[in-house]
Design a protein around this ligand. Structure first.
Ligand code: ZN
Length: 397
């Protein structure tokens, strides 16, 4: 016998619906409040980056790092399936004109989406507004006679490394590590970042199983703060993996701005004692050295410096260009467009232009002429050039 009373059922449903509406309103209000207070640097730095977001990353990172597969990846599949189920439900309810059911399931999905957005705001978005990264930099000048010695010093290392790796018949570097092993080595490398600016817990970087989706969108990696996971494209060339891992781990340690994540990745890779990791750093940043020679010494010195490069370096660059070039540039433009919007929504005015921030240098024409009758330029070094100079003058490698 059915003892339920339809009147009581309706009241109960209405109360539940109301409660969910209130919960949704509270969450939206919280997001609004957070987006206002994140502009106060002290709040972003000490309440979130070094407080709530750090504690969250510690707890969740410890859990997700146990799993060899990416929880973020599972989350994406679950979101896709939920989306499909939701669309089917909408169509069904629309056809059958079940308006209350339609409103109820729409509310449920909205609550799920807003919950994730709130969690993302707390764990990641706030960190875009924190104080600048803390990293030692060279802040002196360079004698024009020194540029070539500096260049030779690094190029020697770069050339030797290129020749030191085991390669297959197509000259692809054979990685001595699995992705998991590399992630563990990278975790130790990050222990060298001693400042309390960074989260002390370093999560393990994870390979995305269906990395093809990343490759198609020209994505090397994705860091997702709600699961405290740095994820990388497992299919990309071996020599790009360490730098990418370092970049994504930097995000997981609270460095959300792209230029700063690149700077931290440059520091970790270029000062590493590990050959593959250091080589990956050079491949990504070495072009900063010839630029210094060009402006600091002259175009002839620049051209002869390029002649000293090992052909293997050119081969490795070619392998990377070929890999990424094999995917459609149309999809690349679409993903770059959305990334640009995402970054601007996070308060980064330059959008995707911010990736190059740490590599930008400036040239000042001093108006002087040297002994060879050439104009003398002063270089306002980029952050990565300052890093190279620090490594050279402080003998960091
Ligand atoms: Zn990034």
């Amino acid at each position: 016998m059915d003892t339920s009373n339809p009147m009581t059922d309706n009241v109960l449903k209405k109360t539940k619906f109301k409660a969910r509406l209130i919960a949704l309103s509270i969450m939206l209000a919280l997001i609004l409040i957070l987006s206002l207070i994140k502009r106060i640097e002290w709040v972003a730095e000490y309440v979130f980056a070094r407080g709530i977001s750090r504690a969250y990353a510690y707890v969740i990172g410890n859990v997700t790092s146990i799993l060899p597969i990416s929880v973020f990846e599972i989350f994406i599949y679950a979101a896709i399936i939920t989306g499909i189920v939701f669309i089917v439900l909408i169509i069904k309810n629309l056809i059958k004109k079940r308006w209350i059911k339609l409103a109820s399931s729409s509310l449920t999905v909205t609550i799920i989406v807003i919950s994730v957005l709130l969690l993302y705001t707390v764990t990641a978005s706030m960190n875009y507004y924190r104080a600048p990264v803390v990293l030692d930099m060279y802040d002196g000048g360079v004698d024009s006679d020194d540029y070539l010695s500096i260049g030779e010093y690094f190029l020697n290392d770069f050339n030797n490394l290129a020749a030191s790796f085991e390669r297959d018949e197509d000259n692809n570097i054979i990685s001595p590590y699995t992705d998991r092993e590399l992630a563990k080595i990278m975790r130790e490398e990050f222990a060298r970042l001693e400042s309390s600016y960074y989260n002390s817990y370093v999560p393990l970087a994870k390979p995305i199983l269906l990395s093809k989706f990343l490759s198609v969108n020209s994505l090397m990696g994705i860091s997702f703060a709600p699961t405290a996971e740095p994820n990388i494209n497992k299919d990309m060339p071996v020599c790009q993996k360490p730098f990418t891992m370092a970049h994504e781990i930097a995000h997981s340690l609270g460095v959300m701005r792209e230029n700063e994540a690149n700077l931290i990745a440059s520091y970790i890779t270029l000062t590493s004692k590990n050959d593959l990791i250091r080589y990956s750093g050079y491949l990504d940043t070495f072009y900063q050295i010839p630029s210094m020679i060009y402006w600091g010494v002259g175009s002839d010195a620049y051209s002869s410096f390029y002649e000293e490069f090992s052909p293997l370096i050119g081969i490795d660059r070619g392998i990377c260009t070929e890999f990424w070039g094999s995917y459609s540039s149309f999809m690349n433009k679409i993903s770059s467009f959305f990334n640009d919007i995402y970054l601007k929504l996070q308060g980064v005015d330059e959008g995707t232009g911010s990736y190059s921030g740490s590599y930008n240098y400036d040239i000042i024409d001093t108006g002087e002429i040297n002994d060879e009758g050439q104009p003398v330029f002063e270089i306002v070094f980029s952050d990565v050039q300052k890093l190279y100079l620090l490594i050279y003058f402080d003998n960091l490698i």
